[in-house]
Ligand binder design. Sequence first.
Ligand SMILES: *Cc1c(COP(=O)(O)O)cnc(C)c1O
Length: 440
Amino acid sequence: MALKSDTILLPIQEMPTSWYNVLPDLPTPLDPPLNPGTRQPIGPEALSAIFPMALIEQEVSTERWIAIPPEVLEVYSTWRPTPLIRATRWEKALETPARIFYKYEGTSPAGSHKPNTAVAQAYYNKKAGIKRLATETGAGQWGSALSFGCCKFGLACTVYMVKISYEQKPYRRSLMHVWGAEVYPSPSDRTNAGRAILAKDPECLGSLGIAISEAVEDAATNDGVNYSLGSVLNHVLLHQTIVGQEVEKQLKMAGLEPNIIIGCCGGGSNFGGLILPFLADRLEGKPIRFLGVEPTACPSMTRGKFEYDFGDTIGMTPLLKMYTLGHAFVPPGIHAGGLRYHGMAPIISRLVADKIVEPMACCQNDVFAASVEFARTEGITPAPESGHAVKVARDEALRCKREKKAETIVVGLSGHGFFDMGAYDAFFAGKLEDIEYQPS
Ligand SMILES: *Cc1c(COP(=O)(O)O)cnc(C)c1O
């Protein structure tokens, strides 16, 4: 069935049945993760204390296509395929000749793209005989997604939630409780990592890096417990490629090819999932721009260094080659909690270094102004994280207007903002601070 390009909703019936693994297609191969002691590449055994073998294999796989297990497809089918929607009213308000489409991942049970990997990770851990997963969460999006995934496959779930979000976003915590998880504010007194940080700074607001240290310690020191990460790693981006593959099919129905694909970047998973299926087109010479948007308060790609660093704050993980602000960097308490991470996925970092991804940074007030405009025209209230992509899509649409170009823009609307309404209230009250990164 062919649809005209002015169709508002681009529905597809069938989900992709494989994930796309970009590793064999990267123009420059990734630098391997290193053992921090020896600085030699780590082997699979270094990860087997906290991850199931199936995910470790996916992390380094050279297979281009990895079949999605039927049990995972069955859970996905409760909300996938997700819609690709043309933002006709927003286009009109902006008076832009550009076509703006948004891929809306807020229809998942947890309200974001994160269940795409949470369900897969819970499945592989269950199959490996694991009883409980430990994880960190920033704004609570990942914690709620993993709670949902664990609930689906009968696993227990422990979530270390960054303290500022635990206090700012109590209803995400409630959602985790609904799906049966235990939730602790991080830094907590349950781990050596948390206790060490509290001893230095009892008022510490926490960060993703600290919460990761706590969850990794929990998994590494308890039998039958594994760790689960919601972003950054290759296998997480792999699971998210279902998003970009759907966009490919949906645009094809409309007879369109994207000129610009925009996503917000915390650890890089929703952005990776969106763009990686289009990488081959770009490498074959098609003029597709990939814009990755981060907060000015935590600008790993635009202000960080491309070097080996720890994934967590304490220094328990292998070293990853990535754009990083340094593992000790504790980002300020901006409302886009999911973007408060010191590093960036090695895959996305590599593409930034190779000048295939264009990184950019936005500040909070511009993000919320664009998000309110989007909500008032399109109806959907973006998550503060997704608002970063909305802001840049707006800039690009206005550029198209100035240049009189009918470009096709795809925006990753990674989630809805229903649990972030306090942030919108703060914006309306003029209480949002625009925070610039201060190198230490
Ligand atoms: C967690 C989150 C992000 C940031 O994580 P990535 O791994 O960079 O995608 C973005 N948007 C939403 C809605 C999130 O929950």
